[in-house]
Design a protein. Structure first.
Ligand code: GTP
Ligand code: MG
Length: 388
């Protein structure tokens, strides 16, 4: 059977479990996960290689495939420039795709009764359900416009009684003509094989988009920044996590990956700037006598060390950039694809300067040689004159 390949975008409201699903399918953590909504800010591609599964009496089999999974930020109504950027990332992921997984948090239950729209909201629970319905509706509008197969994935089934599953499937199926409906638990890795079978069956035959051994398009440097942001999301509350961005300013890999004579692993030196919007947020991020920053650093360093397979020297700085979420230029600078381009430009400029310096040095060497030659000639002349 020929290889199947294609792009599969995972979309849905914030906190539905999109990044958890990406990590679960890949068997590795390439996207950060927290209980807070709007954790993911940029789309991330994860490359999944699936070997051929042969047909048998009980198994229809599955062709060999390369599935490029694209995790996206949660669909929400944009407010700030950052929100707009995040939604742009969702739109980009929906533009170049073969299949879309529309992920729904099944624990949000059946909130689709129209009566709720008319009833005045009295309790916090009612308010949450109403918000949740609005968010799901908003996300659904986005996928309704697509012309590719959209698979409805009901996530978090580990956290709900089986009896609610059928009414939930019926409810969602009435809202859109989904290509398939698959209940899963991304956290417990339940239902994933069936989901992959359905995905692969809808991918076209084609070539690999990425080399076989590539896991993601996101360079380590940026995953490191994400891991730091994850710890901030987990350790701080209120507005702070949302007003925070992390930029890697220095990333010095060790010259060799070999252990030293003392048996210790080599060291990667990393400096990161944590941007926030106000002095009060900076104070929270630093904490009393630097305790919060230390906690963030220690937690992040452990994860980064296991990611890189080296020891890590991590420096964190907190900087204030007034209302950065409202600044388009600043938000765009945060995009790792853009940063990567800038780094490549910087590198090629440096290479050019280095080679120009080398040329200058060569000129000097030639000049020295010329001088040497001249002096040689002088010597000879002298010699000659002496001989004379
Ligand atoms: N019980 C349960 N929890 C889950 C499951 N999948 C994800 N979660 C939890 O749901 C929360 C959100 O998960 P994420 O993967 O960050 O969700 P997301 O959709 O990527 O969220 P955003 O990036 O904010 O859009 C985390 O606390 C996860 O542990 C699941 O299958 N079962
Ligand atoms: Mg996410």
């Amino acid at each position: 059977m020929a290889l199947r390949s294609g792009f599969v975008s995972i979309v849905g409201r914030p906190n539905a479990g999109k990044s958890t699903l990406l990590n679960a399918l890949l068997g590795q953590k390439i996207a950060i996960v927290t209980h807070k909504p709007q954790t993911t800010r940029t789309r991330i591609q994860g490359v999944l290689e699936l070997p051929l599964r042969k047909k048998s009496k009980t198994d229809p089999g599955r062709p060999m495939a390369q599935v490029v999974l694209v995790d996206t930020p949660g669909v929400h109504k944009p407010d700030t420039q950052l929100d707009k950027r995040m939604m742009q990332e969702v739109h980009d992921a929906l533009e170049s795709r073969d299949v879309v997984l529309f992920l729904v948090d099944a624990t949000h239950r059946l909130h689709g009764d129209e009566v709720m729209d008319e009833k005045p909201v009295k309790t916090l629970g009612q308010h949450r359900r109403k918000m949740s319905k609005a968010e799901d509706d908003f996300a659904l509008q986005l996928v309704k416009k697509l012309d590719c197969p959209v698979i409805l994935v009901l996530n978090k089934i580990d956290a709900l009684p089986k009896t609610v599953l059928l009414p939930l499937i019926a409810h969602w199926s009435s809202l859109h003509d989904f290509a398939d409906v698959i209940p899963i638990s991304a956290r417990k890795k339940q239902g994933l094989e069936l989901l992959l079978d359905k995905v692969v069956s809808r991918l076209p035959e084609g070539q690999r988009y990425f080399p076989k051994e590539q896991l993601t398009d996101q360079p380590e440097r940026f995953l490191v920044a994400e891991l730091i942001r994850e710890k901030i999301l987990l350790l701080t509350g209120e507005e702070v996590p949302y007003a925070t961005a992390v930029v890697i300013e220095k990333f010095e890999e060790p010259a060799s990956m070999r252990k030293g004579r003392d048996g210790k692993l080599p060291v990667t030196k990393i400096s990161a700037a944590i941007y926030c919007e106000r002095a009060g947020q900076k104070a929270i991020l630093i904490g009393k006598q630097g305790t919060m920053l230390k906690q963030i650093g220690t937690a992040a360093r452990k994860d980064i060390e296991s990611l890189l397979g080296t020891r890590v020297f991590l420096e964190l700085f907190v900087k204030i950039e007034d209302e950065w979420r409202a600044k388009r230029g600043f938000v765009e600078e945060l995009d790792w694809r853009r940063q990567l381009e800038q780094l490549a430009e910087l590198q090629s400029r440096q290479n050019r300067e280095d080679s120009e310096e080398d040329e200058d040095e060569l000129d000097e060497v030639f000049a020295d040689e010329e001088e040497y030659d001249e002096s040689d000639e002088d010597d000879e002349a002298e010699g000659e004159s002496e001989e004379d």
